[in-house]
Design a protein around this ligand. Structure first.
Ligand SMILES: [Zn+2]
Ligand SMILES: [Zn+2]
Length: 472
């Protein structure tokens, strides 16, 4: 992965910039670090700690009285462990790498002036999600795990796009809600990658400045740049109409499109921060259009299409309205190709069939990569659980009773400890085709399964004697 900002293009530069702003160094490398905790952070935490502890007690009591269970967000164990590890070292790391529910974070937030709390929250979210992405080996640019990284393919698609016309006529900015960055269900970053659009996050000071100071029109050299936000609201014109209106006079106009990758609720609040001078435009979506993302059955935008599709349609409609028909069609073709690859890979990662690719060799290669990756992840998990069980008595509870010893699909005993590896194997995959619903056979009802939980030797001897007694 490239870590120098120069010459990587606007999209990658903006991702690297976000990483830099939260102080994460060496993302993706073994020596990655977050800033240490400052004296000021320490002081603020200790100043407000008494108050927060008392406050928590009060809340707890009132919850008990009302019989309300607190909502606890589950964080992946690997992330919790890696954050704890950073904090175990002789120095604690920055308060921004905290979980929302931690008392220290609550104290820090309480000590901040009210006007600074929102930005602090955004910084905390970004610190945690980027650190999490780093510990899970996520590629900073395509947001797939590095083993499954599709940057190379994206670069190829990017080169095929009519880039001069794109950058010249319709530059795009992708605005993110801080909760959505590095979330693998998103597709807005793929659009940003292909179009080389900078990513902005609401709540980062520089980005807020930029967004809140956007004029409706900017005068360039011999041309005008119209800032428009794709946000359907009452009375908003569709993009094509807007463009025909501004080009009517024959003036050289450009459209700077602002798109937001967020849920509907978040888009509502992002929209409030964009100045009213910036025209809201809507998208003309053909009613017969079937989303390519239907296969992912994911949460989509309010219009039922993903951000990647919405971006493609918007830019396509802009290019067409500007009279760049040929470029518009080429653009669409390339984007649809990239989208299909993206959806195929997402489906393969979920162990479902790739809906678009007809290239069996390519699918085989991807599946092999995926399986190697999954095996590696399983190995790491086993190793971690093993290490913990050796040193920590509590963790031994994780030794579950033997479940899933039998593969009903292959109709044979596997053993729970080998099951994850088994289901990734060729034999099982072949059997799955013959028996996709894993219907248990008559034979499976008779099969005696060895006790894989390995009882203690003494216990085993005792039970052997018991069994002997019964037989006699
Ligand atoms: Zn990548
Ligand atoms: Zn099997």
């Amino acid at each position: 992965m490239t870590t120098s900002v120069e010459g990587v293009g606007a999209y990658k530069a903006s991702m690297l910039e976000i990483v830099k702003r939260i102080g994460l160094e060496n993302y993706g490398l073994a020596n990655a670090t977050m800033p240490s905790r400052s004296e000021l952070e320490d002081r603020m935490i200790s100043e407000a700690m008494d108050f927060v502890v008392e406050d928590e007690k009060r809340r707890e009591e009132s919850r008990k009285a009302k019989n309300i269970k607190p909502i606890v967000r589950k964080t992946a164990t690997t992330v919790v462990e890696s954050v704890n590890e950073l904090n175990r070292a002789d120095k604690q790391c920055t308060i921004y790498l905290s979980f929302e529910e931690s008392l220290e974070w609550k104290a820090f937030l309480h000590a901040l002036p009210k006007s600074e709390r929102f930005r602090a929250t955004v910084r905390r979210r970004l610190s945690l999600s980027l650190w999490k992405a780093h510990t899970q080996g996520t590629c900073l640019f395509c947001w797939f795990s590095t083993q499954m990284c599709m940057c190379e393919e994206l670069e190829r698609y990017k080169k095929e796009l009519p880039n001069t016309v794109l950058q010249g006529k319709t530059p795009v900015t992708m605005l993110f809600h801080s909760d959505e960055l590095m979330r693998s269900t998103n597709s807005g970053h793929i659009a940003a990658y292909l179009l080389d659009s900078p990513v902005r996050v609401w709540g980062l000071e520089e980005d807020d400045d930029l967004i809140t100071h956007l004029p409706g029109v900017e005068e360039g050299e011999g041309h005008a740049v119209y800032n428009v936000s794709l946000y359907p609201e009452k009375g908003s014109p569709d993009i094509s109409h807007f463009i025909s209106n501004v080009t009517e006079t024959g003036a050289d106009a450009r459209i700077h499109l602002i798109l937001s990758d967020s849920t509907w609720g978040q888009a509502l609040s992002l929209n409030r921060h964009i100045p009213r001078e910036v025209t809201r435009v809507s998208l003309d979506i053909d009613e017969t259009y079937e989303s390519l993302f239907a296969h992912l059955r994911k949460r989509t935008r309010e219009t039922g299409v993903s951000t990647l599709e919405a971006t493609t349609m918007a830019v396509h409609q802009c290019l067409t309205a500007f009279g760049h028909e040929a470029e518009a069609n080429l653009f669409n073709e390339v984007m649809v190709g990239a989208m299909k690859d993206f959806v195929d890979l997402k489906c393969l990662m979920k162990f479902t069939d790739a809906p678009f690719s007809k290239d069996d060799d390519q699918i085989d290669r991807l599946e092999e990569r995926r399986d190697a990756y999954r095996k590696e992840m399983a190995d790491t998990r086993y190793k971690r659980v093993n290490e913990r069980m050796e040193s920590d008595k509590e963790s031994r509870k994780f030794l579950l009773p033997p479940v899933l010893n039998y593969c009903y699909c292959c109709d044979r005993v596997i053993g729970w400890h080998r099951m994850p590896e088994h289901v990734l194997g060729k034999g099982h995959r072949y059997a799955l085709r013959l028996n996709p619903k894993c219907v248990p056979s008559e034979h499976s009802k008779e099969e005696v399964v060895h006790n894989f939980s390995r009882p203690m030797r003494a216990q085993k001897r005792d039970s052997a004697i018991d069994a002997h007694d019964v037989e006699e």
